[in-house]
Design a protein around this ligand. Structure first.
Ligand code: SF4
Ligand code: SF4
Length: 155
């Protein structure tokens, strides 16, 4: 399968420039396609700590780790967050540890399995970083049971 994210023609290392100076294409190309941000999370009321569960958003395709309705997703999932350079700081508390937006925000470099480094979007799956094949449906999993599906990162 070809890379569903358009990363053609981007300058090597563009991810080291300030986020607010990135073009829309560069910003979108940061995503490694792991699908972890599409997992439901549980927040500890006392500590504020957030845990990822393997219970996926209804629109996540487990085989591709992509949103099945990305352009019109807000019609189905109104609270799906649109990450921007302006709101990333407020969202760090729940973002997956390997999420590229977190790495770049924290001034870290991209891992070797990132499609921008490897040249292939398969490497995120081959490295075992994506959620391919590990999710359960939120339709089939009552919220009371989500605690049984907490996962440690990296998955
Ligand atoms: S966790 Fe980050 S890198 Fe992974 S799919 Fe979500 S936005 Fe992309
Ligand atoms: S609506 Fe799409 S992008 Fe948003 S969390 Fe669900 S699967 Fe992910």
């Amino acid at each position: 399968m070809s890379d569903p994210i358009d990363r053609d023609g981007l300058r090597d290392g563009f991810w080291r420039k300030p986020m607010h100076k990135m073009s829309r294409k560069e910003w979108e190309a940061l995503c490694d396609g792991c699908g972890k941000c599409c997992l439901n999370k549980l927040e500890d009321e006392d500590t504020g700590e957030v845990a990822l569960t393997r219970v996926a958003c209804r629109l996540l395709d487990d085989s591709t780790c992509l949103c099945a309705q990305y352009p019109i997703r807000h019609q189905f999932v109104p609270d799906c967050i649109v990450l921007t350079p302006g709101n990333i700081a407020d969202n760090l508390y729940w973002m997956p540890q390997t999420c590229t937006y977190r790495l770049v925000y924290e001034g870290r470099d991209l891992p070797p399995w990132h499609p921008l480094v490897s040249g292939s979007h398969d490497t995120v799956h081959e490295a075992g970083v994506s959620v391919r094949g590990i999710t359960v449906s939120e339709f089939d999993t009552p919220e009371d049971d989500w605690e049984d599906h907490i996962i440690e990162e990296p998955v």
